[in-house]
Design a protein around this ligand. Sequence first.
Ligand SMILES: *Cc1c(COP(=O)(O)O)cnc(C)c1O
Length: 476
Amino acid sequence: MTSDYRQARYDEALLVERADSRKIEDNPLPSSIAREEAPKIPDLPKHEVVRYFNRLSQMNYGIDTGFYPLGSCTMKYNPKFTEKIASHSKATDLHPYQPEDMVQGTLEIMYELQELLAELGGMDSVSLQPAAGAHGEITGLMIAHQYHKDNDEERKEVILPDTAHGTNPASVSMLGYDLVEIPSEDGCVDIEALEEAVGDDTAAFMITNPNTLGLFEKDACQIAEIIHEAGGLLYYDGANLNAIMGKTDPGAMNFDIMHFNLHKTFSTPHGGGGPGSGPVGVTEEFASYLPVPIVDKDSEGYHLNYDLDNSIGRVKGLYGNWLVLLKAYTYIKKKGKDGLEEATERAVLNSNYLRKKLEPYLDLPYRELRKHEFVLSGKKMKDKGLKTTDLAKRLLDYGFHAPTIYFPQLVDEALMIEPTETETKETLDGFTEAVASIIEEDEEVIGEAPHNTAVGRVDETKAIRDSVLSYKMREE
Ligand SMILES: *Cc1c(COP(=O)(O)O)cnc(C)c1O
Protein backbone atom coordinates (compact mmCIF):
# COMPACT_ATOMS: atom_id res chain seq x y z
CA MET A 1 0.00 0.00 0.00
CA THR A 2 1.44 3.35 -0.99
CA SER A 3 0.26 6.86 -0.59
CA ASP A 4 -0.23 7.35 -4.30
CA TYR A 5 -3.71 8.78 -4.07
CA ARG A 6 -3.90 12.21 -5.68
CA GLN A 7 -6.79 14.57 -5.31
CA ALA A 8 -7.39 17.11 -8.06
CA ARG A 9 -6.14 20.60 -7.26
CA TYR A 10 -7.44 23.64 -9.13
CA ASP A 11 -7.00 27.29 -8.43
CA GLU A 12 -10.70 27.92 -8.63
CA ALA A 13 -11.96 31.47 -8.24
CA LEU A 14 -15.57 31.81 -7.19
CA LEU A 15 -18.06 32.42 -9.98
CA VAL A 16 -18.88 35.88 -8.66
CA GLU A 17 -15.20 36.80 -8.72
CA ARG A 18 -14.55 35.86 -12.30
CA ALA A 19 -17.45 37.36 -14.16
CA ASP A 20 -19.29 40.58 -14.73
CA SER A 21 -22.42 40.50 -12.78
CA ARG A 22 -25.64 40.91 -14.63
CA LYS A 23 -28.68 42.72 -13.41
CA ILE A 24 -31.98 40.97 -13.85
CA GLU A 25 -33.85 43.13 -16.31
CA ASP A 26 -37.61 43.11 -16.27
CA ASN A 27 -37.89 41.59 -12.85
CA PRO A 28 -41.09 39.54 -13.03
CA LEU A 29 -41.78 39.86 -9.29
CA PRO A 30 -44.24 42.46 -7.99
CA SER A 31 -42.38 45.35 -6.42
CA SER A 32 -43.95 44.61 -3.02
CA ILE A 33 -41.89 41.44 -2.67
CA ALA A 34 -38.85 42.19 -4.88
CA ARG A 35 -35.58 43.18 -3.20
CA GLU A 36 -34.54 46.75 -3.60
CA GLU A 37 -31.16 45.78 -4.87
CA ALA A 38 -31.35 42.91 -7.35
CA PRO A 39 -29.05 39.99 -6.48
CA LYS A 40 -25.83 39.81 -8.45
CA ILE A 41 -26.01 37.05 -11.01
CA PRO A 42 -22.61 36.23 -12.51
CA ASP A 43 -22.76 36.34 -16.29
CA LEU A 44 -20.86 33.29 -17.58
CA PRO A 45 -21.32 30.74 -20.35
CA LYS A 46 -23.15 27.65 -19.15
CA HIS A 47 -20.24 25.29 -19.76
CA GLU A 48 -17.96 27.41 -17.56
CA VAL A 49 -20.40 26.93 -14.73
CA VAL A 50 -20.62 23.17 -15.39
CA ARG A 51 -16.81 22.90 -15.34
CA TYR A 52 -16.62 24.95 -12.17
CA PHE A 53 -18.90 22.61 -10.24
CA ASN A 54 -17.30 19.49 -11.69
CA ARG A 55 -13.86 20.69 -10.67
CA LEU A 56 -15.09 21.52 -7.18
CA SER A 57 -16.49 17.99 -6.91
CA GLN A 58 -13.08 16.59 -7.92
CA MET A 59 -11.51 18.45 -5.03
CA ASN A 60 -13.99 16.88 -2.67
CA TYR A 61 -14.20 13.44 -1.07
CA GLY A 62 -17.40 11.47 -0.58
CA ILE A 63 -18.77 7.99 -0.24
CA ASP A 64 -18.89 7.70 -4.05
CA THR A 65 -15.14 8.41 -4.12
CA GLY A 66 -13.91 6.01 -1.49
CA PHE A 67 -14.02 4.39 1.94
CA TYR A 68 -15.49 6.67 4.60
CA PRO A 69 -15.27 4.89 7.97
CA LEU A 70 -16.56 7.76 10.10
CA GLY A 71 -17.74 6.12 13.32
CA SER A 72 -21.25 6.87 14.61
CA CYS A 73 -22.11 8.37 11.22
CA THR A 74 -22.87 5.27 9.12
CA MET A 75 -21.36 6.51 5.88
CA LYS A 76 -22.65 3.56 3.91
CA TYR A 77 -23.01 3.56 0.16
CA ASN A 78 -26.51 4.79 -0.58
CA PRO A 79 -28.11 2.98 -3.49
CA LYS A 80 -28.94 5.18 -6.47
CA PHE A 81 -32.38 3.71 -7.11
CA THR A 82 -33.75 5.53 -4.06
CA GLU A 83 -32.42 8.83 -5.48
CA LYS A 84 -34.04 8.04 -8.81
CA ILE A 85 -37.42 7.49 -7.22
CA ALA A 86 -37.09 10.55 -5.00
CA SER A 87 -36.30 12.72 -8.01
CA HIS A 88 -39.42 11.65 -9.92
CA SER A 89 -41.62 14.63 -10.72
CA LYS A 90 -44.54 12.96 -8.94
CA ALA A 91 -42.50 13.25 -5.76
CA THR A 92 -40.80 16.59 -6.32
CA ASP A 93 -43.64 18.60 -7.86
CA LEU A 94 -46.03 18.25 -4.94
CA HIS A 95 -47.18 21.34 -3.16
CA PRO A 96 -47.54 21.08 0.61
CA TYR A 97 -50.91 22.84 0.49
CA GLN A 98 -52.50 20.47 -2.01
CA PRO A 99 -55.78 19.09 -0.64
CA GLU A 100 -55.62 15.64 0.91
CA ASP A 101 -57.61 13.96 -1.84
CA MET A 102 -54.96 14.97 -4.38
CA VAL A 103 -52.06 13.47 -2.40
CA GLN A 104 -53.47 10.15 -1.23
CA GLY A 105 -50.46 8.26 -2.64
CA THR A 106 -48.02 10.46 -0.71
CA LEU A 107 -50.00 10.05 2.49
CA GLU A 108 -50.19 6.29 1.93
CA ILE A 109 -46.39 6.09 1.67
CA MET A 110 -46.00 8.18 4.82
CA TYR A 111 -48.54 6.04 6.65
CA GLU A 112 -46.81 2.84 5.62
CA LEU A 113 -43.42 4.26 6.60
CA GLN A 114 -44.80 5.10 10.06
CA GLU A 115 -45.87 1.45 10.34
CA LEU A 116 -42.59 0.03 9.01
CA LEU A 117 -40.51 2.14 11.38
CA ALA A 118 -42.75 1.30 14.33
CA GLU A 119 -42.21 -2.38 13.59
CA LEU A 120 -38.43 -1.98 13.24
CA GLY A 121 -38.27 -0.09 16.53
CA GLY A 122 -40.69 -2.30 18.42
CA MET A 123 -42.78 0.85 19.02
CA ASP A 124 -46.53 1.45 18.62
CA SER A 125 -46.66 4.91 16.99
CA VAL A 126 -44.31 7.04 14.95
CA SER A 127 -44.21 10.70 13.93
CA LEU A 128 -42.22 11.50 10.78
CA GLN A 129 -41.92 15.20 11.60
CA PRO A 130 -38.47 15.78 13.14
CA ALA A 131 -35.78 16.81 10.64
CA ALA A 132 -32.65 15.30 12.24
CA GLY A 133 -31.41 13.00 14.98
CA ALA A 134 -30.86 15.83 17.45
CA HIS A 135 -34.29 17.20 16.55
CA GLY A 136 -35.75 13.75 17.36
CA GLU A 137 -34.00 13.82 20.75
CA ILE A 138 -35.48 17.21 21.58
CA THR A 139 -38.91 16.00 20.46
CA GLY A 140 -38.61 12.84 22.59
CA LEU A 141 -37.54 14.79 25.65
CA MET A 142 -40.43 17.22 25.14
CA ILE A 143 -42.77 14.22 25.18
CA ALA A 144 -41.20 13.00 28.43
CA HIS A 145 -41.49 16.49 29.90
CA GLN A 146 -45.16 16.83 28.93
CA TYR A 147 -45.94 13.36 30.28
CA HIS A 148 -44.43 14.12 33.69
CA LYS A 149 -46.17 17.48 33.76
CA ASP A 150 -49.53 15.80 33.12
CA ASN A 151 -48.81 13.59 36.12
CA ASP A 152 -48.12 16.70 38.20
CA GLU A 153 -44.49 15.87 38.45
CA GLU A 154 -41.59 18.19 37.97
CA ARG A 155 -38.61 15.99 37.38
CA LYS A 156 -35.47 17.99 36.72
CA GLU A 157 -32.77 15.52 35.69
CA VAL A 158 -31.83 13.45 32.68
CA ILE A 159 -29.20 10.75 33.13
CA LEU A 160 -26.66 9.91 30.42
CA PRO A 161 -23.73 7.50 30.30
CA ASP A 162 -20.28 8.96 29.55
CA THR A 163 -20.35 7.21 26.16
CA ALA A 164 -23.28 9.37 25.01
CA HIS A 165 -23.17 11.06 21.62
CA GLY A 166 -22.59 14.84 21.88
CA THR A 167 -26.09 15.71 20.76
CA ASN A 168 -27.58 13.97 23.83
CA PRO A 169 -26.18 16.37 26.46
CA ALA A 170 -26.92 19.27 24.09
CA SER A 171 -30.60 18.26 23.81
CA VAL A 172 -30.85 17.80 27.57
CA SER A 173 -29.43 21.28 28.22
CA MET A 174 -31.56 22.94 25.56
CA LEU A 175 -34.69 21.78 27.35
CA GLY A 176 -33.43 23.13 30.64
CA TYR A 177 -32.90 19.75 32.28
CA ASP A 178 -30.01 19.12 34.62
CA LEU A 179 -27.55 16.69 33.15
CA VAL A 180 -26.38 13.75 35.26
CA GLU A 181 -23.51 11.88 33.65
CA ILE A 182 -22.63 8.43 34.95
CA PRO A 183 -19.35 6.59 34.34
CA SER A 184 -18.90 3.34 32.44
CA GLU A 185 -17.53 0.08 33.74
CA ASP A 186 -15.64 -1.91 31.09
CA GLY A 187 -17.22 0.29 28.43
CA CYS A 188 -20.85 -0.27 29.50
CA VAL A 189 -23.21 1.44 31.96
CA ASP A 190 -22.01 1.02 35.52
CA ILE A 191 -25.17 -0.34 37.15
CA GLU A 192 -24.12 0.68 40.65
CA ALA A 193 -23.46 4.23 39.53
CA LEU A 194 -26.83 4.26 37.79
CA GLU A 195 -28.62 3.08 40.93
CA GLU A 196 -26.94 5.86 42.87
CA ALA A 197 -27.84 8.53 40.32
CA VAL A 198 -31.48 7.61 39.83
CA GLY A 199 -34.25 9.09 41.99
CA ASP A 200 -37.43 11.15 42.24
CA ASP A 201 -35.87 13.82 40.07
CA THR A 202 -35.09 11.47 37.17
CA ALA A 203 -37.15 12.48 34.15
CA ALA A 204 -35.43 10.16 31.70
CA PHE A 205 -32.40 8.09 30.88
CA MET A 206 -30.96 8.35 27.36
CA ILE A 207 -28.72 5.80 25.76
CA THR A 208 -27.72 4.35 22.43
CA ASN A 209 -27.36 0.58 22.28
CA PRO A 210 -24.93 -0.66 21.07
CA ASN A 211 -23.18 2.30 22.64
CA THR A 212 -20.63 4.52 20.91
CA LEU A 213 -17.82 2.07 21.76
CA GLY A 214 -19.71 -0.47 19.64
CA LEU A 215 -20.48 -2.55 22.74
CA PHE A 216 -23.94 -3.97 23.28
CA GLU A 217 -25.34 -2.97 26.66
CA LYS A 218 -26.37 -6.44 27.74
CA ASP A 219 -27.94 -5.08 30.95
CA ALA A 220 -30.43 -3.00 28.94
CA CYS A 221 -33.47 -4.68 30.51
CA GLN A 222 -32.10 -4.28 34.02
CA ILE A 223 -31.37 -0.62 33.27
CA ALA A 224 -34.98 -0.18 32.09
CA GLU A 225 -36.26 -1.74 35.29
CA ILE A 226 -34.19 0.58 37.47
CA ILE A 227 -35.33 3.70 35.62
CA HIS A 228 -38.99 2.68 35.42
CA GLU A 229 -39.08 1.79 39.09
CA ALA A 230 -37.99 5.35 39.87
CA GLY A 231 -40.73 6.75 37.61
CA GLY A 232 -38.34 7.84 34.84
CA LEU A 233 -38.67 7.19 31.11
CA LEU A 234 -36.31 5.34 28.80
CA TYR A 235 -35.07 7.12 25.68
CA TYR A 236 -33.32 5.15 22.94
CA ASP A 237 -31.01 7.10 20.67
CA GLY A 238 -31.61 5.11 17.48
CA ALA A 239 -29.42 7.25 15.24
CA ASN A 240 -27.73 4.09 14.14
CA LEU A 241 -29.79 0.94 13.73
CA ASN A 242 -27.17 -0.78 11.61
CA ALA A 243 -26.28 -3.15 14.42
CA ILE A 244 -29.72 -4.36 15.44
CA MET A 245 -32.17 -4.27 12.52
CA GLY A 246 -34.06 -7.54 12.37
CA LYS A 247 -32.18 -8.89 15.42
CA THR A 248 -33.71 -6.96 18.28
CA ASP A 249 -35.36 -3.57 18.85
CA PRO A 250 -35.67 -0.85 21.48
CA GLY A 251 -39.22 -2.00 22.31
CA ALA A 252 -37.88 -5.42 23.28
CA MET A 253 -35.42 -3.64 25.60
CA ASN A 254 -38.37 -1.84 27.26
CA PHE A 255 -37.63 1.63 25.93
CA ASP A 256 -40.52 4.13 25.85
CA ILE A 257 -39.37 6.70 23.29
CA MET A 258 -36.83 6.61 20.48
CA HIS A 259 -35.71 8.31 17.29
CA PHE A 260 -34.44 6.97 13.98
CA ASN A 261 -31.88 8.67 11.74
CA LEU A 262 -33.20 8.01 8.25
CA HIS A 263 -30.10 9.83 7.00
CA LYS A 264 -27.76 7.21 8.42
CA THR A 265 -29.32 3.81 8.32
CA PHE A 266 -31.99 4.27 5.66
CA SER A 267 -30.43 5.47 2.46
CA THR A 268 -29.91 9.20 2.70
CA PRO A 269 -26.30 10.31 2.90
CA HIS A 270 -25.30 11.68 6.26
CA GLY A 271 -22.77 14.40 6.78
CA GLY A 272 -23.50 16.56 3.77
CA GLY A 273 -25.29 19.11 5.89
CA GLY A 274 -28.82 17.94 5.29
CA PRO A 275 -31.64 17.54 4.73
CA GLY A 276 -32.18 14.70 7.14
CA SER A 277 -35.03 13.08 8.98
CA GLY A 278 -35.31 11.88 12.57
CA PRO A 279 -38.73 10.28 13.12
CA VAL A 280 -39.74 9.61 16.72
CA GLY A 281 -41.36 6.37 17.88
CA VAL A 282 -43.20 5.77 21.14
CA THR A 283 -45.01 2.97 22.93
CA GLU A 284 -48.79 3.10 23.20
CA GLU A 285 -48.76 5.00 26.47
CA PHE A 286 -47.14 8.02 24.77
CA ALA A 287 -48.88 7.88 21.38
CA SER A 288 -51.14 10.83 22.15
CA TYR A 289 -48.11 13.01 22.94
CA LEU A 290 -46.50 12.81 19.48
CA PRO A 291 -45.98 16.00 17.48
CA VAL A 292 -48.65 16.64 14.85
CA PRO A 293 -49.58 15.92 12.17
CA ILE A 294 -49.37 12.16 11.97
CA VAL A 295 -50.91 10.25 9.09
CA ASP A 296 -54.09 8.30 9.89
CA LYS A 297 -56.18 5.99 7.80
CA ASP A 298 -59.95 5.41 7.78
CA SER A 299 -62.51 3.99 5.36
CA GLU A 300 -62.27 7.11 3.18
CA GLY A 301 -58.52 7.15 2.85
CA TYR A 302 -55.48 8.77 4.44
CA HIS A 303 -55.57 11.96 6.50
CA LEU A 304 -53.22 14.29 8.29
CA ASN A 305 -54.31 14.14 11.90
CA TYR A 306 -53.68 17.34 13.87
CA ASP A 307 -55.80 16.27 16.77
CA LEU A 308 -53.86 14.22 19.32
CA ASP A 309 -55.01 14.66 22.91
CA ASN A 310 -51.71 15.48 24.60
CA SER A 311 -49.61 16.44 21.58
CA ILE A 312 -46.52 18.54 22.25
CA GLY A 313 -47.60 20.49 19.14
CA ARG A 314 -45.64 21.11 15.98
CA VAL A 315 -41.91 20.67 15.60
CA LYS A 316 -41.57 21.13 11.85
CA GLY A 317 -43.44 22.81 9.02
CA LEU A 318 -45.83 20.84 6.86
CA TYR A 319 -44.94 17.23 6.00
CA GLY A 320 -41.42 16.84 7.40
CA ASN A 321 -38.65 16.12 4.91
CA TRP A 322 -40.77 14.22 2.44
CA LEU A 323 -38.09 13.21 -0.07
CA VAL A 324 -35.93 11.71 2.69
CA LEU A 325 -38.99 9.83 3.92
CA LEU A 326 -39.59 8.53 0.41
CA LYS A 327 -36.00 7.28 0.10
CA ALA A 328 -36.23 5.46 3.42
CA TYR A 329 -39.54 3.90 2.39
CA THR A 330 -38.10 2.75 -0.95
CA TYR A 331 -35.02 1.33 0.72
CA ILE A 332 -36.92 -0.57 3.40
CA LYS A 333 -39.43 -1.98 0.90
CA LYS A 334 -36.74 -3.06 -1.54
CA LYS A 335 -34.55 -4.66 1.13
CA GLY A 336 -37.37 -6.39 2.93
CA LYS A 337 -37.00 -7.89 6.40
CA ASP A 338 -34.37 -10.40 5.32
CA GLY A 339 -32.37 -7.77 3.47
CA LEU A 340 -32.26 -5.46 6.48
CA GLU A 341 -31.23 -8.31 8.72
CA GLU A 342 -28.49 -9.23 6.28
CA ALA A 343 -27.28 -5.62 6.24
CA THR A 344 -26.98 -5.80 10.03
CA GLU A 345 -25.07 -9.07 9.90
CA ARG A 346 -22.65 -7.73 7.31
CA ALA A 347 -22.15 -4.45 9.17
CA VAL A 348 -21.24 -6.33 12.35
CA LEU A 349 -19.06 -8.83 10.47
CA ASN A 350 -17.17 -6.05 8.65
CA SER A 351 -16.65 -4.21 11.92
CA ASN A 352 -15.22 -7.22 13.71
CA TYR A 353 -13.12 -8.25 10.72
CA LEU A 354 -11.51 -4.81 10.53
CA ARG A 355 -11.05 -4.65 14.29
CA LYS A 356 -9.15 -7.95 14.22
CA LYS A 357 -7.05 -6.82 11.26
CA LEU A 358 -6.10 -3.52 12.93
CA GLU A 359 -5.40 -4.92 16.38
CA PRO A 360 -1.70 -5.64 15.69
CA TYR A 361 -1.09 -1.99 14.80
CA LEU A 362 -3.10 0.08 17.27
CA ASP A 363 -4.34 -0.33 20.83
CA LEU A 364 -7.77 -1.74 21.46
CA PRO A 365 -9.36 -0.80 24.77
CA TYR A 366 -12.14 -3.13 26.00
CA ARG A 367 -11.51 -6.43 24.29
CA GLU A 368 -14.99 -7.86 23.63
CA LEU A 369 -16.73 -8.48 20.35
CA ARG A 370 -18.05 -5.28 18.80
CA LYS A 371 -21.23 -4.50 16.93
CA HIS A 372 -21.32 -2.14 13.94
CA GLU A 373 -18.36 -0.01 15.05
CA PHE A 374 -15.32 -0.10 17.31
CA VAL A 375 -12.95 2.29 18.99
CA LEU A 376 -9.16 2.07 18.90
CA SER A 377 -6.61 4.23 20.65
CA GLY A 378 -3.91 6.03 18.70
CA LYS A 379 -1.86 6.65 21.86
CA LYS A 380 1.03 4.75 20.23
CA MET A 381 1.51 7.81 18.00
CA LYS A 382 2.75 9.68 21.08
CA ASP A 383 5.98 7.63 20.90
CA LYS A 384 6.74 9.52 17.69
CA GLY A 385 5.74 12.82 19.26
CA LEU A 386 2.53 12.68 17.18
CA LYS A 387 -1.17 12.35 17.79
CA THR A 388 -4.20 10.50 16.49
CA THR A 389 -5.08 13.52 14.41
CA ASP A 390 -1.79 13.14 12.48
CA LEU A 391 -2.58 9.53 11.67
CA ALA A 392 -6.05 10.56 10.55
CA LYS A 393 -4.67 13.28 8.26
CA ARG A 394 -2.10 10.92 6.76
CA LEU A 395 -4.83 8.38 5.88
CA LEU A 396 -6.18 10.97 3.43
CA ASP A 397 -2.97 10.63 1.40
CA TYR A 398 -3.78 6.96 0.96
CA GLY A 399 -7.22 7.79 -0.40
CA PHE A 400 -9.23 6.99 2.72
CA HIS A 401 -11.45 9.36 4.61
CA ALA A 402 -10.35 9.56 8.23
CA PRO A 403 -12.37 7.82 10.95
CA THR A 404 -14.04 9.82 13.72
CA ILE A 405 -11.33 10.92 16.15
CA TYR A 406 -11.21 12.02 19.82
CA PHE A 407 -14.66 10.55 20.45
CA PRO A 408 -15.82 8.96 22.69
CA GLN A 409 -13.81 11.00 25.14
CA LEU A 410 -13.25 8.23 27.64
CA VAL A 411 -10.74 6.61 25.25
CA ASP A 412 -7.32 8.28 25.06
CA GLU A 413 -6.56 9.44 21.48
CA ALA A 414 -9.68 7.67 20.21
CA LEU A 415 -10.27 6.51 16.63
CA MET A 416 -13.85 5.44 16.08
CA ILE A 417 -14.29 3.24 13.03
CA GLU A 418 -17.52 2.15 11.37
CA PRO A 419 -16.92 0.28 8.13
CA THR A 420 -20.64 -0.39 7.36
CA GLU A 421 -22.07 -3.35 5.48
CA THR A 422 -21.44 -2.02 2.00
CA GLU A 423 -17.63 -2.30 1.95
CA THR A 424 -15.69 -5.20 0.42
CA LYS A 425 -12.98 -7.28 2.07
CA GLU A 426 -10.46 -5.75 -0.37
CA THR A 427 -11.29 -2.23 0.83
CA LEU A 428 -11.00 -3.23 4.49
CA ASP A 429 -7.65 -4.95 3.78
CA GLY A 430 -6.44 -1.87 1.90
CA PHE A 431 -7.33 0.35 4.83
CA THR A 432 -5.44 -1.97 7.20
CA GLU A 433 -2.37 -1.88 4.95
CA ALA A 434 -2.51 1.92 4.94
CA VAL A 435 -2.51 2.05 8.76
CA ALA A 436 0.31 -0.53 8.90
CA SER A 437 2.34 1.51 6.44
CA ILE A 438 1.74 4.86 8.16
CA ILE A 439 2.90 3.78 11.60
CA GLU A 440 6.28 2.87 10.04
CA GLU A 441 6.70 6.26 8.35
CA ASP A 442 8.88 9.20 9.44
CA GLU A 443 7.44 11.67 11.89
CA GLU A 444 7.75 14.61 9.48
CA VAL A 445 5.80 12.86 6.73
CA ILE A 446 2.93 12.05 9.06
CA GLY A 447 3.05 15.28 11.04
CA GLU A 448 2.66 17.47 7.98
CA ALA A 449 0.02 15.37 6.21
CA PRO A 450 -2.09 15.53 4.14
CA HIS A 451 0.19 16.11 1.14
CA ASN A 452 -1.94 14.77 -1.71
CA THR A 453 -5.25 16.49 -1.15
CA ALA A 454 -6.63 19.69 -2.67
CA VAL A 455 -6.24 21.43 0.68
CA GLY A 456 -3.35 20.67 3.03
CA ARG A 457 -3.31 20.81 6.83
CA VAL A 458 -5.77 23.44 8.02
CA ASP A 459 -5.61 25.44 11.21
CA GLU A 460 -8.60 23.95 12.99
CA THR A 461 -8.42 26.23 16.02
CA LYS A 462 -8.48 29.31 13.80
CA ALA A 463 -11.34 27.85 11.79
CA ILE A 464 -13.43 27.62 14.95
CA ARG A 465 -12.36 30.85 16.64
CA ASP A 466 -12.37 32.96 13.53
CA SER A 467 -15.15 31.52 11.39
CA VAL A 468 -15.85 33.04 7.98
CA LEU A 469 -19.18 31.55 7.12
CA SER A 470 -20.34 33.50 4.10
CA TYR A 471 -19.01 35.31 1.06
CA LYS A 472 -20.20 38.56 2.57
CA MET A 473 -18.17 37.90 5.74
CA ARG A 474 -15.15 37.17 3.59
CA GLU A 475 -15.53 40.39 1.65
CA GLU A 476 -15.75 42.32 4.89
C1 LIG B 1 -25.58 11.10 14.43
C2 LIG B 1 -26.00 10.80 15.80
C3 LIG B 1 -26.93 11.63 16.45
C4 LIG B 1 -27.44 12.95 15.89
O1 LIG B 1 -28.00 12.90 14.61
P1 LIG B 1 -28.07 14.25 13.74
O2 LIG B 1 -29.00 13.90 12.63
O3 LIG B 1 -26.67 14.50 13.26
O4 LIG B 1 -28.60 15.34 14.58
C5 LIG B 1 -27.35 11.25 17.71
N1 LIG B 1 -26.86 10.15 18.30
C6 LIG B 1 -25.96 9.34 17.71
C7 LIG B 1 -25.48 8.11 18.42
C8 LIG B 1 -25.49 9.64 16.43
O5 LIG B 1 -24.58 8.85 15.86
